[in-house]
Design a protein around this ligand. Structure first.
Ligand code: GLC
Length: 476
């Protein structure tokens, strides 16, 4: 399956506006991969076993944290447009100047326990944190390259070690995001651009050979990430592959990944490898990706990495219904937080996560381990004027009426907008045996009539939860 992630990623990241699409990855047939990946060789049963926990999880925490939290969106006193972790690129900051940020990075308030506890309280089942973003700064102890948090900052500690320990203690999976392709401070690392005729570099210090960068930095660092942490990461989350990542070069990374048979990795490696998961960014596709595992990644405000002046936080209601929308289409939501330079997750982000967690405490049964909606039809329309960010296709405008998720013998109806005293459902092919509110511990029966495939449910005047009141329809 081809992926359009370049375009999506770039459009959200770059200040340049361009009608031309970014280079699309070259999709290859599995049989032509220079080195077969686990997805090419495993049986469907092996695949189900490998993906099992991830499919149950439905909700994870993305953490974008790095040196970019120090300028926090402002350079030389001026705000730099677009997402925080791209400040070096968008501000065309010279390599030497950017590297100096390391001496100012001392996140004294970093608390691995608190971060993991927040993810748990939010009902998230896994965490994916930036081990190295496009700026090339390693947030871990790296012998392969000195531009890292232990060697180059006054902090001198490896936060990933602490997080791995806490994640294990608190029973949550941990994965590492690693920018394998773009690296703006290592000679030879890629810098993307819309304009395929020129590369996106802006400083002579960036010049070099891509293969050499891979051999001397990216691959050795990936080895470190895969072998220095206990337990070893559950996920490697690649990003923004460019044309530099040939099938041959990507296959060298695949050789390494293949040594970790339980590992899950996404579709952003490049070189024609499809990985395990589709990764729509900042949007939930109309129908999900039937037959493919997928995960929407999304920001709570408009940036991944911390920006002091971005307070455009989505409401809890919006975030919660996005989670429900994703689950109803069989996907996961990887919701981002951007800790600041002190190591603190901004309070407005933490507060929203707490509220979602409270809802999940009551209604988690209708999210975790659920299957997609049994009801055909769309909840929304394609815009006739707007395009999906970075993609040349119409933007999907969701309707926030209701959604459904399923488990064997149960259909969960998520009422996102209270329908009034009756709720009508067409296309109910199963015989309904019982209906009740999931939030009602007594499971007091709700009145309904079923005629043919039409179901009419009688409801009280007010929702139990104004964000999402879940009705359970038992079919067995
Ligand atoms: C994009 C951006 C990046 C961010 C990522 C999250 O690819 O380049 O900054 O990490 O999206 O999905």
């Amino acid at each position: 399956m081809k992926s359009l992630i370049y375009a999506v990623s770039l459009a959200s990241a770059m200040v340049v506006s361009s009608a031309s699409a970014a280079a699309a990855p070259v999709a290859q047939e599995a049989s032509t991969h220079p080195v077969p990946a686990v997805q090419d060789t495993e049986t469907p049963a092996q695949r189900d076993a490998r993906m099992g926990w991830w499919r149950q999880a439905r909700f994870g925490m993305f953490i974008h944290w790095g040196l970019y939290a120090v300028p926090a969106g402002v350079w030389n006193g001026k705000p730099v447009d677009s997402i925080g972790e791209w400040i070096m690129y968008n501000g065309k900051i010279p390599v030497a100047d950017y590297k100096k940020l390391a001496s100012r990075f001392n996140p004294a308030k970093f608390d691995a326990h608190a971060w993991v506890a927040l993810a748990k309280a939010a009902g998230m089942k896994y965490i994916v944190i930036t081990a190295k973003h496009h700026d090339g700064f390693a947030m871990f102890d790296s012998k392969a390259n000195p531009f890292n948090i232990v060697d180059a900052t006054p902090f001198k500690r490896d936060p990933l070690k602490a997080l791995a320990k806490e994640a294990q203690k608190q029973g949550i999976k941990l994965g590492f995001y690693y920018s394998q392709d773009q690296d703006w401070t290592a000679p030879g690392g890629a810098a993307m651009t819309y304009d395929k005729l020129h590369d996106g570099h802006w400083d002579k210090a960036q010049q070099g050979d891509f293969a050499e960068y891979l051999h001397t930095k990216a691959i050795p660092q990936l080895k470190e990430l895969l072998s220095n942490y206990q337990p070893s990461p559950a996920i490697i989350w690649f990003d923004t592959p460019t044309a530099e990542m040939t099938p041959q070069l990507a296959s060298e990374i695949v050789t390494l990944l293949n040594q970790h048979p339980n590992l899950i990795w996404n579709n952003r490696l490049g070189g024609g490898y499809n990985g395990d998961t589709e990764t729509p960014e900042q949007n939930v596709p109309a129908q999900g990706y039937p037959g493919r595992d997928w995960e929407t990644c999304m920001t709570i405000n408009d940036t991944w990495g911390y920006k002091s002046n971005d307070t455009n936080f989505k409401s809890t209601r919006e975030l919660l219904r996005t989670l429900v929308d994703v689950a109803s289409k069989g996907g996961n939501l990887l919701l981002n937080v951007g800790p600041d330079a002190q190591g603190v997750i901004p309070a407005p982000e933490a507060e929203r996560l707490q509220v979602i967690g409270k809802w999940l405490d009551v209604n988690g049964e209708s999210i975790y381990g659920t299957g997609p909606t049994p009801f055909p039809g769309d909840h929304g329309t394609f815009s006739t004027t707007e395009k999906t960010v970075g993609e040349n296709k119409p933007k999907w405008i969701p309707a926030w009426d209701w959604r459904a998720t399923t488990k064997p013998g149960k259909i969960y109806i998520h009422l996102l907008t209270w329908p009034g005293k009756t709720f009508h459902l067409a296309n109910v092919t199963a015989q309904i045996k019982q209906a009740y509110f999931l939030a009602d511990p007594k499971h007091a029966p709700l009145t309904y009539t079923q005629k043919g495939n039409a179901l009419d449910l009688q409801l009280p005047g007010k929702p139990i939860d104004s964000n999402d009141t879940v009705v359970v329809l038992k079919t067995k």
